[in-house]
Design a binder for this molecule. Sequence first.
Ligand SMILES: [Zn+2]
Length: 364
Amino acid sequence: MHQPVNEFLFGAFALLLGAAVGSFLNVCIYRWPVDLSINRPRRSFCPSCKQPIRWHHNLPLISWLVLGGRCANCGAKISFRYFAVELVTALLFFAVWQRFPWQIAIVYWIFVSLLIIGTFIDFEHFIIPDRVTIGGVIAGVVCSLAVPALMGTDSRVAAGLRALLAAALGYVILLIVLEAGKIAFGRKRIRFDGPTPFSWTKRGEDADFIVGTEESLWSDYFAREKDRLLLQCDEARIDHHTFGNVMLEFRYDRVTANGQLLMLDDVTHISGVARELVIPREAMGRGDLKFLAAIGAFLGWRAVLFSLFAGSLLGSIVGLVTLVVGRPVWSAKLPFGPYLAFGAISWMFFGQIFLRWYAGLLTP
Ligand SMILES: [Zn+2]
């Protein structure tokens, strides 16, 4: 008789817990990439005025809405991301609670939290910290030992082994894709039909980069610190320096020409005539490999294959849409982590349905 009341209370509890955890995940997303400790300073502070945020201005979901997405102290805009993370976490916590037995639900709460941290850090910084990925592998194996049902068995030993093997599969399969991708498109080499004029002109924090008739923003080419861009030139001028036949090697903040290093901060204009443009980029970071390993440790080997497939599919669709809508043709900015996370969450909720459908295809 009290069943519906209890269910309602537990559901509401899962929602509130999710919102509160989401608020904590926001702290991790903000602090982990810049290596600030989670505990020091203890209280959250405004990214703009650095003032501690008082507790009644720090209520998950509600405060952001009431304050209209602004800091109560200085009025600076507070990113919509804070609200989005809390909302997504709350909804996923609720959905997980409704769907799974409680032991599994608790493990999935941990897993979903890691996915959310990884996704939002990857969006912003194009990395996924080891705390999420390697930490996720360890957490996944430990959880499988504690709740063997995660790996579809009642033996703890078997569950631990399956989690480890699935993690290894995730790492290796993406390593193969990464290496194959390097051969296929790792180096983007664009050989111009003839000598092509180019120019680089500083504009505020960024720069306009024009090659032939192609205009783009400098920051579009660089996602990670180690990204490079090579320009083979017949001639080049960097401010008042002139060079003959030269290879310009760019990083996002510097250029090297004939062994001479110049910081782009000190440069206002570069121009010349180029023959070839090379972007030796990696389509994926190593973080993605470890991220898929963590997915395997929590969800098993089938989820590894499914997440990779579903993630690549969504990635291609998004890639096609941005291509049709216009803009970055040579852009190196391709976070893959969010797509893998999407694949993993789809598997959590719809994996069984997918398997039944797939089995139906095989046995008519
Ligand atoms: Zn402020």
